[in-house]
Design a protein around this ligand. Structure first.
Ligand code: URA
Length: 195
């Protein structure tokens, strides 16, 4: 067991080294820090957000700003902390002024995320927000209609929930977010029951 933990961690740090060298898009020049990912390399549950914001760019860690604090709260509702899961983004470098990622930036970065996800090999992937859902689940994903629904891709069970930043703008969605997290909790329980 400890062998497999260290080898996943080692493989992740190799991928991180590749990301540090990556110059496939101009964001490598404007970022402060690469935001590779954080959490448990052995996690069964992986969250994928959009791109680093200002706090993430400064710290080099995903979801440490206001949206991250809200994500931590929802993890807490289902008895988890950010150390129990793995969290990454579609883009590893911050787009200037937090604009949406450009399709060519996503195209340039997605192989890093694919490699990272293959190493972690989670059972459940949760997309945080529309942009991640459109890239990971399907290009015409409708977050208001399709959040909380399960999709199956290969070995992964995938769901999208609202982006925590969207909840900060529209607190009326908090109840739906909690219901989606309860579904994630139930899926995790059924996975551990079957193991
Ligand atoms: N929003 C994201 O999508 N990712 C982060 O890491 C922070 C905010």
């Amino acid at each position: 067991m400890s062998n497999s933990i260290s080898s996943k961690a080692e493989r992740l740090s190799e991928i991180k080294e590749e990301c540090l060298k990556c110059q496939k898009c101009p964001l490598a020049k404007t970022r402060t820090n690469l935001v590779f990912g954080k959490g448990d390399p052995e996690a069964k549950l992986m969250f994928i957000g959009e791109a680093p914001g200002e706090q993430e760019d400064l710290s080099g860690l995903p979801f440490v700003g206001a949206a991250g604090k809200l994500l931590d709260k929802y993890l807490g509702f289902i008895g988890l902390t950010s150390d129990d899961v793995y969290i990454a983004n579609i883009l590893k470098c911050r787009p200037p002024k937090n604009r949406d990622p450009l399709p060519e930036e996503e195209d340039a970065c997605i192989d890093h995320l694919r490699a990272q996800t293959a190493v972690i090999s989670p059972r459940i992937i949760v997309c945080l927000g529309r942009i991640a859902a459109m890239r990971i689940i399907k290009s015409d994903f409708r977050i208001t209609k399709e959040h909380g629904l399960w999709f199956k891709k290969g070995n992964y069970m995938i769901m999208a929930v609202y982006h925590p930043a969207a909840l900060l703008r529209d607190p009326q969605r908090k109840e739906e977010m909690l219901m989606d997290f309860r579904k994630i909790e139930a899926a995790l329980e059924s996975i551990s029951d079957s193991e």
